[in-house]
Ligand binder design. Structure first.
Ligand code: SF4
Length: 241
């Protein structure tokens, strides 16, 4: 029964937001570019993190150049996306360690590894967590993956698909529940849905395409309160790196 409900939720969100994960026009994405873009996207909007990413690419012709740059210079380029201090430090330290470990700055060897091996390897780098790695797998390697950010965590719990206290726990439980072929699309659709309908402070339950399938105890209250306030936000930058 629970799986039938989940299947129906996945289907309705696909009907509403689409079911195609955009494949890269390029044959293979640069995995290090994607990893850095994901790192910059933490706790900010897609628009500002994309700006920070483009600033970095413009300033440093090769990622090797960033390793030797003063922290202040890196911070200046990415300050638009917030947490510039910690992001600069983490990216610089991560690149330095990768250079030491691999001899050159490339993550091409990850293409030969299983997902589990990729998690195991990249979790060893400071500032790289499961969400970041799942994004790399989904948008860099274009394999099925279900990254869990705050939107995904919130919506999955409100709907009653999971009952968890942290995005990490939601990630663990969800990966068992969600059919492999639906993972990346469902992730993208939950983000779009979480930004435009099932919003953090006040969900627009009156506009919700899965209202009858949702277990949220206050859905009737929010249905009455927020009628007609839907706003689309479909800008997903990681599909474009
Ligand atoms: S009914 Fe409300 S709480 Fe439930 S999924 Fe829809 S918008 Fe979110």
């Amino acid at each position: 029964m629970k799986n039938r409900r989940l299947t129906e939720i996945i289907k309705r969100l696909e009907d509403h937001f689409g079911s195609n994960v955009r494949k890269s026009a390029r044959k293979k994405k640069n995995l290090l570019d994607v990893l850095i873009a994901v790192k910059l996207s933490q706790n900010t909007t897609d628009r500002t993190s994309h700006k920070a990413y483009l600033n970095l690419k413009r300033r440093f012709a090769k990622w090797e150049d960033l390793i030797n740059a003063p922290l202040q210079e890196i911070k200046k380029e990415i300050k638009v996306c917030g947490m510039a201090e910690s992001k600069s430090r983490d990216i610089k330290a991560m690149l330095r360690e990768m250079k030491k470990n691999y001899g050159k700055l490339t993550l091409n060897h990850l293409r030969r590894l299983s997902d589990d091996e990729i998690y195991e390897e990249l979790l060893g780098y400071k500032g790289i967590g499961t969400k970041t790695i799942a994004c790399l797998i989904a948008f860099g390697l274009e394999r099925p993956a279900f990254p869990v950010d705050t939107h995904v965590h919130r919506v999955m719990n409100r709907m009653g698909i999971v009952n968890t206290t942290t995005p990490e726990k939601t990630f663990d439980v969800s990966n068992e529940l969600i059919p492999v072929e639906s993972k990346t699309t469902f992730h993208l659709n939950l983000i779009k849905f979480g930004r435009s309908v099932c919003k953090a402070p006040a969900p627009l339950c009156g506009e919700c395409c899965v209202y009858d399938l949702c277990n949220f105890g206050q859905k009737q209250y929010y249905k009455d309160r927020n009628k007609g306030k839907i706003k689309e936000n479909n800008f997903i930058i990681l599909e474009n790196i």
